[in-house]
Every structure is written in C-alpha cells, then in structure tokens.
Design a protein around this ligand. Structure first.
Ligand code: EPU
Length: 452
C-alpha cells in the first residue's frame, strides 16, 4: 500500500491531457522483440511501471533495452538470450504482472527452455493460465513444476497444432501467436481474441516476417517461419486510459480534451457514453469529452470481448453511473470478480447492489456459480469523501474519480499502483485543475506533502 493522495473533491476537471501507447499492447510488442536477436524500435511508449517491469525481465534474459522517456522510444536488442540467474528478482517482478508467461514462446524458440515465475496482476478474478499451458504443451513443451514457478522445456522444437480457445482470451491468443509464429507447420487458432491491441501485435509480427491471416469468425491462421527480424512500430493509443478520463469528465461535471485518443477502437464506449448523456467531439488529434449539463441517464450494459464494451472501461464508468438518474444495470462477463471495488463507492454514498445472476443481458459462464458479477446502481446519489484503499489498477483510478466527484476531502491509499497503467497521472490531474496532494511517509514516520 504505497503512496497516498489527499483529494479535495467537488471541482469539475477541465483542460487537456495526452495519452500515449496502450499498456496492453506495448508490453506484448516488447516480448515480440525477443523473437529475433536483431534490434527493434517501438515508439509512443508511455512511462508506466509495466514497461519497467517488462524491460527488467528482458534484461534479466540478456537483452539490451534502452528507453528514451521523453521521446517515448524503446530500443530493444535481444542478442544472445539466456535464462536469468536471479530467480528471486524475477519472482518479485512477476509478482506484479501477467506478462512473464508470454516469454515462454520466444524463449522456447531461441533457448529450448523457459522459466515462468508464478504470476501476479490485478486481483479481479482467479485469472488462471490453463489455456496458455495447454497451448505450450500441445506444441511439444514439457512442463516441470518447481517451487517458485514452472520450467518449460522443448528440446526438439515446437510443432503447430490446431488450437481452439474455450474463451477468446487476450493472453492465450498472444501466447498462441508467439508460439506458432516460429513453430513448424500451420496453426489454425479458433475462438481467438481480436482486440485492437492484438491486431497491432499481428502487424508487428508481420513486419518481423511472420505470415498471419485473420478471418472474420475469430479464426487466426499462422504459418510458421524459421526466422524473424527486428521491427519499427508506433504503438496504438491506450483506449482504456482514454475511457478512464472520459468517465472522469462525466462524473465530475468536467470537460477534458484527450489528445492522442482515437475514435475507431472506441466505438462501443462512445455509444454508451452518448446514451448515458455524455457529450464528445472527435477531431484529428483527439477527443473532447464533457458533461453537457442536465441529468445523466441510466443504462443497461454488458462487458464483453472486442468489439463489445471492454471490461477495463467498466470500473471508471460505474462511478459516473452513480450520478445518472434511475437504475443502471452492469453485467460483467469477462472477469468473475470485478465489482469488489464498489464496496467503497457504497461507503461514499452510492447505492449499488451486487447479484450472482446474469442481469440485463445474455447468460454468461459465471451465471449460477456464486460470483457476484452483476451490479445494479441506483442514482443519482451525491458522493461523500471517504478514506479508500486502491484495490487494483482500474479500481484505483475509479476511486480517484469518485474522490474528485465527492464533496469533501478523501484520502486515497496505495495510489502508486496506478502508475502501472496511467502515465504521469498526478501531473495530468494537476493540469486538469484537480485539488490533489501526494503524501509520502518518510522512514522516520514524518509525513511529507509533494507531487508525484
Ligand atoms: N482465462 C482462463 N484461462 C486462461 C486465460 C484466461 O480461464 O488461461 C480467463 C480469465 O480468467 C478471464 C478471461 O479468460 O476470465 C479473459 O482473460 P484474458 O486472458 O483475456 O485476460 P488477460 O490476457 O489476462 C488482458 C489485459 C487485461 C484485460 C483483459 C481483457 C493485459 C496485460 N491485460 O488480460 O487488462 O482486462 O485482457 O481484455 O493485457 C488492465 O489493463 O487493467 C487489465 C486487467
């Protein structure tokens, strides 16, 4: 629980901020660079903790990684890779990320073995890795479970196998791409995830020399090749961050221009935003989001894989829905446990109830399985300041929005976690006129007020 923010709420956010590359693409494009010893260059890379974590993991495997923060340019040269000597250090890094398991394919191709520490990431559901492991084993990797993780070995290389995912998982689709791209033979991957970040990853792999085609029915075909080359690429913008700031504008009665936002990958978000009563205007350089005055409207919403409404947009939007008149229903179908954050919103005055049933939409795989994965929000209710603890990345940003919308002074504990996916969020809040103070506790127990 590191870093505390004192938030004096009740003031609309207004002004301009910019977003850079998508967290959930950049980290994967970094892993892709490990498929060749040659140099790759990735542009539009944000300064976020996830980039640090993946850089450190790559360095532990012998790669050279250089990041020009201001320019947002990452230059990566894997050269001759090796397994890390420091399993403990690796473990500590992995403890905060989902990415290490994606190192499996590139390492098995270049070294014939990989060590994958036990994974971390946000606590929003069980987040198993069974799909990943099945793909790796089907392609010929042997798994040896060790105390702090799994050791994978493929002495005789990897061979293509048909893959059908039980659910269009983003990570398992990426795992299959990394494994199949240099495996012997053709892989047909059905029920694949087709998120824009995955399409951008496929574009990177094609630049590297891969042969990959995508059908309209979630089928991806990958023809294995024996060698790949370095790439130069500009990351697509972070649509989750854009949606987060858009929800902040709505919840605080604000007006935010998000430079770098792109309309095409945000269609489902923008439709919902308009239905709720939010206003937006798209131009060539970004999107302006604002509360046009008057009442916001309640809605019924279901999260889904692309092209549906992203689960990662859900948490910030729920805060805005507490300010909408009437009863909103949100059915979370991607993660079984992504409503834990609503408890603190209730403490702040929101009327939110959770249900095990699949409400307001089609039945999903979590129905009747004891997961509180539907939520009903009765608004509009004024929010009151409270002391809250950041539960996970998106939940944490949602608490910032709630605290900014609330009357009074809130303390938000554990805000440093937000750096994992929101570049310079403190500076951006200040640019938007938020009354926030970062409070650090020094080793001697003194409280120091400063900014991030
Ligand atoms: N799943 C399994 N078995 C697996 C893999 C996934 O059952 O082996 C299940 C998960 O438990 C979940 C569902 O499939 O219920 C979808 O998970 P998915 O694999 O798609 O998620 P992920 O790859 O772990 C990425 C993002 C998440 C984002 C999801 C969905 C990264 C690093 N993370 O996670 O982002 O919510 O896709 O779009 O790319 C975030 O940025 O805050 C975040 C959580």
């Amino acid at each position: 629980m590191v870093g505390t923010l004192r938030v004096m709420g009740g003031k609309p956010l207004g002004g301009e901020i910019s977003v850079r590359g998508a967290k959930n693409f950049v980290s994967k494009a970094m892993v892709a660079s490990l498929l060749t010893p040659e140099t790759s260059v990735l542009r539009n890379v944000p300064l976020i903790r996830d980039v640090d974590i993946v850089s450190e993991l790559m360095k532990m495997h012998g790669a050279s990684v250089d990041y020009d923060q201001e320019a947002g340019v990452l230059t990566m040269t894997p050269g001759q890779l090796h397994l890390p000597d420091d399993v403990v250090g690796m473990d500590m890094l992995a403890g905060s990320s989902r990415i290490p398991i994606l190192f499996a394919g590139p390492l098995l191709h270049s070294l014939g073995e990989a060590f994958i520490p036990d994974l971390g990431g946000c606590h929003i559901g069980g987040r198993p890795v069974d799909f990943h492991v099945n793909v790796l084993e089907d392609f010929g990797a042997r798994r040896i479970q060790e105390d702090s993780g799994m050791h994978l070995v493929a002495e005789h290389g990897l061979r293509a196998k048909p893959v059908h995912l039980p659910y269009p998982s983003v990570g398992a689709t990426e795992q299959t791409l990394f494994t199949a791209v240099m495996a012997e033979g053709i892989t047909e991957l059905t029920n694949a995830a087709v998120e824009p970040e995955i399409m951008d990853l496929i574009a990177v792999l094609q630049k590297m020399g891969a042969i990959i085609s995508v059908d309209t029915d979630r089928t991806i075909r990958i023809e294995g090749v024996s060698q790949l080359h370095g790439y130069t690429h500009t990351a697509l913008p972070d649509r989750i961050e854009v949606g987060s700031w858009a929800s902040a504008a709505l919840a605080t009665h604000g007006d935010i221009y998000v430079r770098g936002a792109e309309q095409k990958d945000m269609m489902s978000f923008l439709n919902v935003y308009r239905k709720v009563g939010g206003a937006f205007q798209v131009d060539d350089d970004g999107i302006r989001f604002w509360h046009p005055g008057g009442a916001l409207h309640s809605i019924s919403l279901e999260t889904d894989v692309h092209p549906g409404f992203m689960t990662d947009w859900q948490q910030p939007l729920v805060v805005a829905l507490t300010q909408a008149d009437g009863m909103s229903i949100v059915h979370e179908t991607v993660y079984e446990n992504r409503f834990g954050f609503t408890k603190s919103l209730v403490d702040m005055g929101a009327h939110i109830q959770l249900y095990r049933e699949c409400l307001g939409g089609s039945p999903c795989r979590f129905g009747r399985r004891n997961f509180y994965h539907s939520c009903v929000i009765q608004g509009a209710t004024p929010l009151q300041a409270a002391d809250v603890v950041v539960p996970d990345l998106r939940g944490g940003f949602s608490y910032l929005i709630a605290a900014l919308a609330a009357q009074g002074t809130s303390m938000v504990y554990g805000v440093d976690l937000i750096n994992r996916g929101y570049e310079h969020f403190m500076q951006k809040l200040e640019n938007l006129g938020a009354r926030v103070e970062k409070i650090d506790v020094e080793a001697n127990g003194d409280i120091v007020v400063g900014s991030d």
